[in-house]
Design a protein around this ligand. Structure first.
Ligand SMILES: C[S@@+](CC[C@H](N)C(=O)[O-])C[C@H]1O[C@@H](n2cnc3c(N)ncnc32)[C@H](O)[C@@H]1O
Length: 202
């Protein structure tokens, strides 16, 4: 629950979020995410769900990029910053948000902001928007047994209200996907953290 005195509420401001992202991410962490999991090929069609300010474009080759986000402010900044490198749309997750088929669908840092109903909708949207050979990649904070206390503490500070354990993320993904690989990483940020990455195939 956020009130006006909670500094995390400032992250809703796109320039604050961009500054924070710049401070906590590392070049190696961003490159690892792209090379190990996103694996985009030049010319791929890419759907970015909850794209924010679309900063991921800085780390992608030339792709046909379509990003949408429920925050108009974030989308305005994405358009101002990336212009004709993609299509940026102000919309919320729903099966009807997108038509067309994509090689790669990503939802980076989004599921943990969504309740179970909306998260299931995200997986359904991704499943219907993928080409038969396509993949969905998600990235979110994770709680797990045996997690180092300092990592658990920093994860618990995230403003997302739906940080889950592995089985909860997997159960939601299984409603729309047959093949799901999970990867846990603790080295993607400058700060102590635990990420879960899901790679889902139809
Ligand atoms: C942590 S930010 C991640 C932004 C971007 N993917 C990135 O990696 O920098 C989460 C984003 O999800 C968006 N979001 C939250 N709920 C959403 C919804 N129901 N539909 C679309 N976007 C949503 C927020 O506006 C925010 O931009």
């Amino acid at each position: 629950m956020f009130d006006r005195l909670d500094p995390r509420g400032l992250l809703a401001k796109p320039w604050v979020y961009k500054t924070f992202r710049g401070l906590v991410t590392t070049k190696a962490g961003r490159a690892g995410l792209v090379e190990d999991y996103l694996r985009p090929r030049p010319g791929d069609s890419v759907l970015d769900i909850g794209c924010g300010t679309a900063d991921v474009l800085d780390d992608l080759p030339d792709v046909e990029y379509y990003g949408f986000d429920s925050s108009e402010e974030y989308i305005d900044l994405a358009r101002a910053r990336h212009g004709n490198r993609g299509t940026f749309v102000n919309a919320s997750v729903s099966r009807d948000t997108v038509t067309g088929k994509f090689d790669l669908v990503m939802a980076l840092g989004v599921l943990h902001h969504l309740n179970d109903g909306d998260a299931a909708e995200l997986f359904a949207l991704a499943s219907s928007a993928l080409k038969p050979t396509g993949r969905l990649v998600t990235l979110d904070p994770l709680f797990h047994d045996g997690q180092a206390a300092h990592r658990r503490f920093v994860v618990s500070l995230d403003r997302g209200g739906h940080i889950r354990i592995l089985n909860e993320y997997i159960e939601l993904a299984q409603r729309s996907f047959q093949e799901i690989e999970s990867h846990t990483r603790t080295d993607l940020l400058r700060i102590p953290y635990t990420h879960l990455i899901l790679e889902c195939s139809p």
